[in-house]
Design a protein around this ligand. Structure first.
Ligand code: BG6
Length: 482
């Protein structure tokens, strides 16, 4: 089933992870606690965090799977070797802020933490794997939340700047591709992960979310500025969760609601970070959330910084599409990584209820390409599924191959449509702890890790069927998807 190959030469095939979900070793090498370290494991994770009582304290009645992750901290050489065997051209990972600045507000970095990333980056380069680094992926130092009230506090801009300057400078000749914040747009629904906000420290008041966003935009623009000053070849992107959004029907009420939903969920952050200014609909968007522009602390100097330092490319995750309906009551709903919306009768769903929609990815690429005319990087996509290994620990994951194949076909079609796509890094290329549920049993990887939801197991790695399949995809630059 070879097809005409339209993936550009140098297309960045690879895989993606985040420090807090795989490294483990949460207190080794001088690392401080991060917000991810205090998130309980299990399907109740989001409900526990959403409760007004949640106070960021470790509680013996819960388990904390992020503490051990998949122990990548001690297995990274073995893991990178497996990625190299698949032929990865790039590897997207994040630097745990609390490994480098354990509390977040120190002036000098923790050298031991940096040494770990020196070794990790060198290991990638040894195999010609291009590192793609997320500066902050849902793992800010806990101290910045408990001591400073998190991203609503403008001091965070300076702390992030110091962190970003440290890593951008140290790796200026080794790492070209960076992203400022993972899924920055997720804050309206899950401000805990990217903004460190929960009910007890102000998440209930939407003005805090917008203030935190503004401060993050400024901090991100500073990182872009620093990166370009250090090395003009650096490519620094933003990163959002993109959920292609359909209207339930042609009722203009649903069409308008879909447009407004797109503004807040998909476009607001990129509009600022890519175009360098707040979009014309900002005032009306804030008003829909009961927030006035005068509630936000911002100044001309910050707006100039945004204007002068737009991002170089758009990184985004894509897992599913959504349906908006404001005209019917009691519609069946779907689950999702940000919002589930109404169930789409045309789509099947994953074991976790996320609706599978490869055409939605083609639409996403077209929508982003039309709106921004910038390079696009799909830095997360994949199927979280329950894998059942046989007695040899082999997983026959045809369902995962089907999912990825259909999404890669959609990318190829979008390239034909004219989208400028830089690369594709499927999420959780090695099994890791899930962000939304803290489970190991929600697996995305090409590599199986022998570990259960309680963190028990041998931690041995095994290749799944998808491992050889993806290797062939990369070898043929996306031509052989059979
Ligand atoms: C994205 C996050 O939202 O989705 C990742 O950037 C996360 O951190 C991924 O792991 C998949 O979500 P989950 O909840 O299945 O782990």
């Amino acid at each position: 089933m070879m097809k005409t190959n339209n993936f550009p030469k140098g297309f960045l095939w690879g895989g993606a992870t985040a420090a807090n979900q795989l490294e483990g070793a949460y207190q080794e090498g001088g690392k401080g606690l991060s917000i991810a370290d205090v998130l309980p494991g299990g399907k109740e994770r989001m409900n526990i965090i959403a409760s007004p009582d949640f106070d960021f304290k470790l509680d013996p009645k819960y388990t904390y799977p992020n503490h051990v992750g998949i122990d990548h901290y001690h297995h990274f050489k073995e893991d990178i070797k497996l990625f190299a065997e698949m032929g990865f051209k790039c590897y997207r990972f994040s630097i745990a802020w609390s490994r480098v600045f354990p509390n977040g507000d120190e002036e000098q970095p923790n050298e031991e933490g940096l040494k770990f990333y020196d070794a990790l980056i060198d290991e990638c380069l040894k195999y010609d794997i291009e590192p793609v680094i997320t500066i902050s992926h849902y793992e800010m130092p806990l101290h910045l939340v408990t001591e400073y009230g998190s991203w609503t506090n403008k001091k965070l801009i300076g702390f992030y700047e110091n962190f970003a300057r440290t890593v951008l400078t140290r790796y200026k000749d080794k790492v070209k591709y960076w992203m400022t914040f993972n899924e920055i747009n997720s804050a309206t629904h899950f401000p805990i992960m990217s903004q460190g906000l929960v009910l007890s420290n102000g998440a209930g008041d939407k003005k805090n979310i917008y203030q935190a966003w503004h401060n993050q935009f400024v901090a991100g623009a500073k990182a872009v500025k620093i990166g370009h000053e250090i090395n003009p070849d650096m490519q620094i992107g933003c990163m959002i969760a993109y959920g292609t959004t359909y209207s339930y029907d042609s009722d203009p009420k649903n069409q308008l609601a879909t447009l407004q939903d797109n503004q807040v969920n998909n476009f607001f952050c990129t509009d600022v970070q890519v175009r360098g200014h707040y979009p014309a609909y900002t005032k009306s968007l804030l008003a829909r959330d009961g927030v006035k522009l005068s509630d936000i602390d911002y100044n001309d100097e910050e707006l100039d910084l945004l204007a002068e330092n737009p991002v170089d490319y758009i990184g985004f995750s894509y897992y599913m599409s959504l349906v908006v309906d404001v005209t019917h009551e009691n519609q069946e709903t779907a689950a999702g990584n940000l919002l589930g919306g109404v169930k789409n009768p045309f789509l099947k769903a994953s074991d976790w209820g996320w609706q599978i929609d490869p055409t939605g990815l083609r639409i996403a690429l077209n929508e982003l390409s039309d709106r921004y005319e910038k390079p696009l990087f799909i830095v997360e996509n994949g199927l979280g599924a329950i894998d059942k290994p046989d007695e040899n620990h082999y997983v026959d994951d045809d369902y995962r191959i089907d999912y990825l194949r259909e999404h890669i076909e959609a990318i190829s079609e979008a390239i034909d449509d004219g989208a400028d796509v830089m690369g594709y890094t499927p999420w959780g290329c090695i099994d890791l702890v899930s962000a939304s549920t803290g489970e190991m049993s929600k697996r995305y990887g090409f590599i199986y890790v022998d570990e259960d939801d309680e963190g028990n197991g041998t931690f041995d790695r095994y290749k799944k069927r998808s491992f050889d399949w993806y290797k062939k995809v990369i070898e043929t630059n996306g031509a052989d998807l059979a």
